[in-house]
Design a protein around this ligand. Structure first.
Ligand code: ASN
Ligand code: ZN
Ligand code: CA
Length: 330
């Protein structure tokens, strides 16, 4: 069935005015991205609710009080994540088969979370509660959609050290997508969830330069880290990605200041975020398995860096040094 390509206007809460892929006349159906659709659960918690549709191709007004606004953010986040995997890594959709997933917004009441679900092949977003805002920011969407990519590649078990690596993979590509999108309202950073004010005091959910800034995540690997929640055992791998990208020491990027001390006190010279993401993606898709732990992630990323840049390259050395900086393989 042939469908015209429409370019809707999204007035998002977090990313300003954006272009949305829509279908006539009019629905939130992204015809150039595997027909990814965005649905309104309207406070329900099951099924798909109703596909967002309207008599014009303008979606939302930038305010959470308009039901279309969260949909515009979620639809935009899915599109940027789709484009990132396709244009940067050559992966056509979550499974690599060109088939889109779908998003559901306005899940339940006062629900302060978002999640990927393998069984529906879909992402779901709550509206937040109290001071919290809808959990539809770009990095949150990229985090959740990346859970789909991980499930369909390494399939890292969601517990123990592999669970931490699964969570870190979602944070790593959340950051990569945010920089890739180059949105003037939501500039790239190494923070996760900085736009949704989930803590009510303006602080982000997680920090990749120094994960312990959130009060719970770990900065470095230690024996027993597999016993902590996967959203905190992700810390060392998030820290690895920051060190490999930007290096240790103080730095300001897009107005955000970072400081990333290593666990061994030795400096790490970064190779840039783009190369770091290529190495992680190659490791995720060709080296990691469901039981990969931190030691195996080191081996896998070194193998990936060797294939991409050679084993005598600065990139290979930086990967080894970044793992040493979080107490893996020293
Ligand atoms: N937002 C969380 C995550 O993506 C949801 C969860 O813990 N299942 O990890
Ligand atoms: Zn997650
Ligand atoms: Ca972010």
């Amino acid at each position: 069935e042939w469908q015209a390509i429409e370019n809707g206007v999204g007035n998002t809460e977090y990313s300003g005015q954006v272009t949305l892929g829509t279908a006539p006349s009019y629905t939130l159906t992204d015809t150039t991205r595997g027909n990814h659709k965005t649905y309104n659960l309207n406070h329900g918690t099951s099924g798909t609710g109703t596909l967002f549709s309207g008599s014009d191709d303008v979606w939302g007004n930038g305010l959470a009080s308009n039901a279309e606004t969260a949909a515009a953010d979620a639809h935009y986040g899915a599109a940027e994540t789709w484009d990132y995997y396709k244009n940067v890594h050559g992966r056509n959709g979550i499974k690599g088969d060109g088939v889109g997933a779908y998003s559901r917004v306005h899940y339940g009441n006062n629900y302060v979370n978002a999640f990927w679900d393998d069984s529906c092949f879909c992402m779901t977003y709550g509206d937040g509660s109290g001071n919290a805002s809808p959990l539809t920011a770009l990095d949150v969407a990229a985090h959740e959609m990346t859970h789909g990519v991980t499930s369909n590649t390494a399939d890292l078990n969601y517990s123990g050290e592999s669970g931490g690596l699964n969570e870190a993979t979602s944070d790593i590509f959340a950051t990569a997508v945010e920089f890739y999108a180059n949105n003037t309202t939501d500039k790239g950073d190494y923070l996760i969830g900085e736009k949704i004010d989930i803590n009510g005091d303006g602080t982000p959910l997680r920090y990749q330069d120094k994960p312990s800034k959130d009060g719970a995540s770990k900065d470095a690997w230690y024996s027993g880290i597999g016993n902590v929640d996967v959203h905190y055992s992700s810390g060392p791998a998030n820290h690895f990605f920051y060190l490999l990208s930007e290096g240790s020491g103080a730095k300001t990027i897009n107005g955000v200041s970072y400081d990333s001390p290593t666990s061994d006190g030795l400096p790490v010279t970064g190779i840039g975020r783009d190369k770091a993401a290529l190495i992680w993606f190659k490791a995720l898709t060709t080296k990691f398995t469901s039981t990969t732990n931190y030691a195996a992630a080191r081996t896998g990323t070194l193998a990936a860096a060797g294939e991409l840049y050679g084993t005598t390259s600065a990139e290979y050395t930086a990967v080894a040094n970044a793992w040493a900086g979080i107490n893996v393989g020293t």
